[in-house]
Design a protein around this ligand. Structure first.
Ligand SMILES: [Cu+2]
Length: 475
């Protein structure tokens, strides 16, 4: 590891998430041509498969329109793919290409994605829509796109070699099918998956129901999970990595680079979470709320079967959609695997907990001038000591918080719920807790009143229950 003097100043982290791509929604040109001209298979029940060749075709309904049939999703740190309507068909254009992607301020790598985005932009449509998706391959390798979870004709399924011939560099393929379900689905390369998914070729495919669902939601967020191996001093994710990932992302961003989710108190909030990480399942935990798991990529879950939860395990290759009523405050939303909320360099330290290095540092500095022993009391110091980090890397943890540094990295973001919002999407800053509702140092008087004796030196706290002992409440 080459040490350099390029430090990352604290100010660089301040609300990095605020670099929002404001109003992330990009709607394409919507032509007036909404004539029903397409003959398509009938809408089908959830769980049924593609109709056979013998089934009678039916008229496709009108293309679903934002505002009329659905409220568009919000994609923190991301965006939706533009579309247009041509003769009643929704037409999209995905471009598979290499792209310089920023994971957080200070860390960029050359990834493979779609339309300059990693993950690719969200494809958004409505149940019943006929969609035509052109895929242009600008990569140096062949590729395909698989529409993950979508019920469609076998030849549109996008598995290279099995369902189609691969898309060679420079070629543009056409996929076309009618959407006969709704839910949070996904898309990804299905050719040399280890390389192409490992380099980022994934995206979300949201299909809204044709009828408004009851109760309607006020916020509808999409988050795609991913994991990467980006060695310090390199600018390419290593797709050969099997287990030891060191950058964990939500919509391609690692904390403190993640954009917060903004909601109003009392809002019904939906978060659709998809996992196309190469290897890991991610238990995503939301603070301060209980939510229900209302949908998987297999379809909606009946109300009686919806689990109340605080953590939802999102397996590789699946999606989970949760809903809840937003409570005012700043709430962490993160993977609960502890190594998944760390950034680079946080994973391979010798265990120094409890070690007293004495004059070791001074001795070692004769050989390694910048040497500093670390981790004697854990990793939290790493964020705050203002260490320099190598070029194009980010500290293992650390984002500016309202009280202290937030000792989190990776797959971590913040749900910000306010009574009033200035803007529907803009980061409202830090939550200003009402007086008396923030944990703080106990006063001597408080300790005395409750019979708590703090003995020994700092760091050696013990609690006394008083002379009577066992019944602390008996006073
Ligand atoms: Cu995880």
């Amino acid at each position: 590891m080459k040490a350099t003097t390029t430090g990352i100043a604290r100010r660089d982290f301040i609300i990095a998430g605020a670099a929002a791509t404001g109003g992330a929604l990009l709607l394409g040109t919507i032509t007036e041509a909404r004539a029903i001209s397409e003959v398509a298979p009938p809408l089908d029940r959830i769980g049924s498969s593609t109709p056979g060749a013998g089934e009678a075709p039916a008229i496709s309904p009108q293309p679903g329109m934002p505002g009329e049939h659905y409220t568009p999703v919000t994609v923190p740190s991301g965006r939706a793919l533009p579309w247009k309507i041509v003769n009643g068909v929704k037409v999209y254009h995905l471009i598979a290409e290499e792209t310089e992607h920023e994971f957080a301020p200070g860390l960029k790598a050359t990834c493979w994605g779609y339309n300059g985005a990693v993950p690719g932009p969200v494809i958004e449509a409505v149940e019943g829509d006929r969609v035509r998706i052109y895929v242009t391959n600008r990569l140096p390798a062949a590729t395909t796109v698989h529409w993950h979870g979508v019920l469609l004709p076998s030849g549109m399924d996008g598995v290279g070699g099995l369902s189609q011939r691969v898309i060679q560099p420079g070629e543009t393929f056409k996929y076309e099918f009618t959407l006969r379900q709704h839910g949070m689905l996904m898309y990804h390369s299905h050719h040399d998956e280890m390389t192409q998914i490992g380099l980022g070729m994934t995206g979300a495919f949201v299909i809204h129901p044709r009828q408004w669902r009851d109760p309607p939601v006020d916020r509808d967020f999409v988050i795609m999970l991913h994991e990467w191996r980006i060695d310090v001093d390199t600018r390419r994710p290593n797709p050969n990595e099997m287990t030891d990932f060191n950058i964990l992302t939500m919509n391609g961003r690692a904390f403190p680079g993640t954009e917060p989710l903004v909601a109003k108190a009392g809002d019904r909030v939906r978060i659709r979470i998809g996992n196309l990480s190469p290897m890991s399942h991610h238990p995503i935990h939301l603070h301060g709320h209980r939510f229900r798991i209302v949908e998987t990529d297999g379809g909606p879950i009946s109300e009686a079967a919806q689990w109340p939860e605080t953590t939802v395990l999102v397996n590789v290759g699946s999606t989970r959609t949760i809903e809840f009523i937003a409570t005012v405050g700043d709430w962490a939303l993160h993977c609960h695997m502890t190594h998944h909320v760390m950034n680079q360099m946080g994973h391979q330290f010798p265990n120094m907990i409890g070690v007293k290095p004495g004059d070791l540092d001074e001795k070692v500095r004769h050989l390694l001038p910048e040497y500093m022993s670390m981790g004697e009391s854990g990793m939290a110091d790493m964020a705050t000591m203002g260490m320099s980090v190598p070029v194009n890397s980010i500290p293992m943890v650390g984002g500016a918080g309202p009280f202290d540094y937030i000792t989190m990295g990776g797959m971590f973001t913040i749900l910000k719920v306010r009574e009033q919002l200035v803007s529907d999407t803009r980061d409202p800053g830090w939550y200003d807790s009402p007086p008396g509702t923030v944990a703080d140092r106990a006063t001597e008087a408080e300790l005395r009143a409750d019979g708590i004796k703090v003995v020994g030196s700092s760091g050696d706290h013990a609690m006394s229950h008083g002379s009577g002992g066992r019944h602390a409440h008996a006073r």
